[in-house]
Design a binder for this molecule. Structure first.
Ligand SMILES: Nc1ncnc2c1ncn2[C@@H]1O[C@H](COP(=O)(O)OP(=O)(O)OP(=O)(O)O)[C@@H](O)[C@H]1O
Length: 358
């Protein structure tokens, strides 16, 4: 396994990029830990595949270097990088049995048959295909074939990293959870460095120790699911993570107060003078509807979301969402909202501003 370093990496698909806008991947420098489980998360077109292809060697970056354990592999071909890849669609040899498919990467590397047999058995158990080892891959369901692809990616212990590009796209919804759980366990048991590309926050948050959120060609935050929830570093992270996402409201901030249309609310921290576009961000989980506390709102709709209720409301002309417990009583006279000051984040030009600790 390897630590992966992105060193001043950037990529433009244009021959002569003139400005930052011409870059599909804006300049970034990061170290990804050896043995870490990372998810690359972001909406379509944000640059996830571009970054993954640079790591795997399918694409040469127009700027910067990529290092595996400190060794520069920027210009090394895919075959020399010693990585395993699992794509959206299963890549299996139909005429081979499940056993032969799983054994392929090991036989290819000349491992002895005794080792191959025991390792294949181990992987087959992990992916729940022990009973199918003698079956030909042809005729298996897409789910089963993708499990073989996952197993094949996992079978070699000596790979530098395992890259997954939206691997659950073809998997039936009820199987997705099971496979994700298996992947997590495989990571736990084998400690591979894993990079998992997805646009699905549930997949990212359940799989990864660290989620790398991308927006418009930039890594806007790398953090644990808790960090992304508690302290979104960019308003995009706030919107994108959570259901519904964070409320982002234009405000004026002075010291320990924020003003929305002149109405004051307390902040958990103090802030210096802020120029540019200033907004506050509050997750619906930290907003509370009541009869008497806080600022006035107009409730538009209450949705029953199973374990909780989502209140859709209007707050000084901005739509906001509030989450209430499933048993909370909501009445027509509840037309005020208060925010948990410790969980109100302040943003300037979309980036979170750190307040004074005091
Ligand atoms: N071969 C290419 N030539 C030119 N532009 C490209 C090429 N591949 C991607 N792009 C552009 O680069 C940007 C990033 O695309 P990329 O495929 O990396 O995003 P993504 O996050 O993986 O999206 P998706 O989830 O849809 O695959 C997009 O604007 C895309 O149109």
């Amino acid at each position: 396994m390897a630590k992966i370093t992105l060193d001043n990496l950037a990529h433009s698909y244009l021959a002569n990029p003139a400005s930052e806008d011409d870059y599909a991947l804006k300049e970034m420098t990061h170290d990804w830990d050896d043995g870490g489980a990372y998810a690359l998360l972001g909406s379509s077109g944000c640059g996830k595949s571009t970054l993954l292809n640079i790591i795997s060697g399918l694409l040469q970056p127009s700027q910067g270097r990529i290092l595996f354990d400190g060794k520069d592999v920027t210009h090394a071909p895919t075959a020399e990088r010693n990585i395993a890849q699992v794509f959206q669609f299963p890549v299996v040899y139909d005429t081979m049995t499940v056993q032969e498919n799983l054994a392929f990467p090991l036989r290819n590397r000349g491992r002895d048959e005794a080792y191959v047999a025991s390792r294949v058995q181990e992987i087959a158990r992990m992916i729940g295909m022990e009973d199918m080892l003698r079956k030909k891959a042809r005729g298996l369901t897409a789910d089963a074939k993708q499990k073989i692809s996952l197993g094949r990616g996992m079978v070699r212990k000596d790979v530098n990293a395992l890259l997954f590009d939206e691997p659950l796209t073809v998997i039936d919804p009820h199987m997705k959870w099971e496979l994700r759980t298996q992947l997590k366990k495989l990571h736990h048991d084998f400690g591979h460095t894993m990079i998992y590309v997805t646009h699905d926050q549930t997949e990212a948050l359940t799989f990864a120790d660290k989620v790398v959120v991308m927006y418009d060609g930039r890594v806007v935050q790398i953090g644990t699911p808790e960090e992304l929830f508690e302290r979104p570093e960019h308003t995009f992270v706030g919107y994108f993570i959570g259901s519904p996402g964070m409320n982002v409201i234009p405000a004026k901030v002075e010291g320990r107060s924020a003003y929305v249309n002149g109405a004051q609310m307390a902040l958990g921290h103090g802030y210096g003078a802020l120029d540019g576009k200033v907004e506050i961000g509050v997750r619906p989980e930290f907003a509370r509807l009541s009869q008497s506390d806080g600022l006035p709102i107009k409730v538009r709709r209450v949705e029953d979301a199973g374990r909780h209720k989502i209140i859709r409301a209007e707050f000084f002309g901005h739509g906001i969402n509030i989450i209430a417990g499933e048993d909370d009583r909501i009445s027509a006279d509840m037309n005020r909202v208060s925010f948990d000051a410790a969980h109100v984040n302040v943003y300037r030009n979309d980036w979170r501003v750190k307040g004074d600790a005091a």
